[in-house]
Design a protein around this ligand. Structure first.
Ligand code: OAD
Length: 252
């Protein structure tokens, strides 16, 4: 059964004209980045409503900014793993469709830069649905900058004076409509959606694989356990992304 599933998953990848991948925190777990909802996940020890909502940012900006500064410092020690690299190689080779991530850790971009050895083409670079922790943006006028270390006074936008904050989507905020539309089109037009390391409970990201399926494509799930999406998947491969993805993609 297990071998049959692998054979079938490889066939689906080989025969798909367009492949889209949707990744979540699980792909970065082997790089030492904590997930959100697993044992040891961030939302098991921290309360999102105190740290990751627009209300918390207004009520207690320093606590929110310090929490993101802590996450940035943890991430600065993390490197892409074999899963990120296998996806980057795959999309460098197979430019149809591309990579969509919920992760804000920047590790897909690092992997693409490492694998391409130069400026990677678009399909190998992720569409970052939830933003990027390595960038700041103005809470008012939306100007963006590379993230800077937190100083004693709260960081302010030089143009409008509003708060400078991490360029990530907080709970209760809407996703950038252009970014979401690009991802939705990729998913809708794909023959195959590879869903890696996500619990698939956060929308609208979790709806993307269903868009592939509704337009006649397949879902292949890669996860250590079953998820909200497993029943909709044609094939579910159980295992760590860093092992499963090279084995699945390098030979296709
Ligand atoms: P979750 O923490 O909800 O789910 C992580 C998933 O990864 C689980 O299904 C695990 O079983 C799986 N997993 C863990 N280790 C793995 C490994 N080595 N290989 C493969 N799978 C593994 O994280 P997300 O689904 O990414 O949003 O969470 C979605 C969103 O919720 C995040 O983007 C974040 C969070 O609140 C925002 O910050 C806006």
């Amino acid at each position: 059964m297990e071998q049959g599933q692998w054979r079938e998953a490889r066939r689906l990848v080989r025969e798909a004209g367009r492949v889209v991948a949707l990744t979540g925190a699980g792909i970065s777990a082997e790089s030492g980045v904590p997930t959100f909802r697993d044992a040891g996940g961030l939302w098991r020890s921290y309360r999102p409503e105190e740290l990751a909502t627009p209300e918390a940012l207004i009520r207690d900006p320093r606590t929110v900014l310090e929490w993101y500064a802590w996450r940035r410092s943890r991430l600065s020690r993390c490197r892409p793993n074999a899963g990120h690299r296998a996806l980057a190689r795959f999309f460098l080779k197979r430019g149809e469709a591309g990579l969509v991530t919920q992760n804000v850790d920047g590790l897909h971009t690092h992997a693409a830069l490492e694998e391409a050895g130069d400026a990677p083409p678009d399909p190998a670079l992720p569409i970052e649905l939830h933003g990027a922790v390595g960038r700041d943006r103005c809470n008012g006028c939306e100007t963006r900058w590379p993230a800077e270390p937190l100083a004693d006074s709260l960081p302010r936008c030089a143009s409008c004076g509003d708060l400078r904050r991490p360029d990530v989507v907080l709970f209760g905020e809407t996703l950038d409509p252009e970014v979401l539309e690009r991802a939705r089109l990729l998913a809708e037009r794909a023959d195959l959606c590879l869903v890696v390391g996500t619990s698939a409970v956060v929308y609208p990201a979790a709806a993307l694989p269903l868009a592939t399926r509704e337009s006649g494509g397949h879902i292949v799930e890669v996860n250590v356990r079953s998820t909200a999406l497993t029943e909709a998947a044609t094939i579910a491969l159980r295992g760590e992304a860093g092992t499963v993805l090279p084995a699945l993609l390098d030979c296709c």
